[in-house]
Design a protein around this ligand. Structure first.
Ligand code: ATP
Ligand code: MG
Length: 191
């Protein structure tokens, strides 16, 4: 739901509501370091059952974001950097971060939704921290309450970013996301 007066405009993050219980924030990541910083911020609030849906075209930076997120989350739990390859061919790579299990999936090559079950992704949604590239392949299996991060290239290193997240989480992160330059945008909401 939005307030009817904000469509098509951007406002600071702290007053946000977009869609039922969800907030949409938009901004720009001027270089890969900015993408890594945003990944680190979200890793700090990661817990079991958190899913990040990473949208955007080939080369947008989904794997780069996931790599930074996983590395930071492991560091928070005192674990050294580990190679984080793109799961383009393996479809799923898993990692540990203290008590947390992390799943990094790239569904580009998924042939049918049945494969999701074979992979065990449905169970991972409830227990692990899950990052998914090409989440459009999930169809109806996309979990409620997921955080969606969309990256769209704007030149060599700048990325337009759209972050959609549950209102409660947005409330916790609002000051830091605003400092990050992300602003509310309800444009295109159905509610
Ligand atoms: N601001 C930025 N954020 C993320 N990546 C960036 C940025 N600027 C430049 N890059 C570069 O863009 C490339 C992104 O590649 P990456 O493999 O992460 O894309 P992807 O979205 O995962 O693509 P695919 O759909 O093929 O999996 C990397 O070479 C990275 O260094
Ligand atoms: Mg990738």
């Amino acid at each position: 739901m939005n307030d009817g007066g904000s469509r098509g405009r951007s406002r600071p993050a702290q007053a946000a509501e977009a869609g039922p219980g969800r907030i949409r924030l938009v901004g720009r990541l001027v270089d890969e370091a900015a993408t890594r910083d945003l990944a680190a911020l979200l890793a700090e609030v990661a817990g079991p059952g958190m899913t990040l849906l990473l949208e955007g075209p080939v080369g947008a930076g989904k794997s780069a974001f996931a790599r930074a997120f996983i590395t930071h989350l492991r560091r928070l739990h005192g674990q050294p950097p580990e190679d984080v390859p793109s799961p383009t061919y393996t479809i799923v790579q898993t990692y540990g971060a203290g008590p947390l299990e992390i799943w990094h999936a790239d569904l580009y090559r998924l042939c049918s939704p049945d494969e999701l079950m074979e992979l065990g992704l449905d169970e991972a949604f409830g227990t692990a921290v899950v990052l998914i590239e090409w989440p459009e392949r999930l169809g109806v299996h996309a979990p409620d309450g997921a955080v969606t991060l969309r990256l769209d290239p704007q030149g060599e290193s700048t990325r337009a970013v759209t972050l959609t997240l549950p209102a409660a989480l947005a409330g916790c992160l609002a000051p830091r996301l605003a400092a990050f330059g992300l602003e509310r945008n309800d444009e295109g909401d159905e509610a």
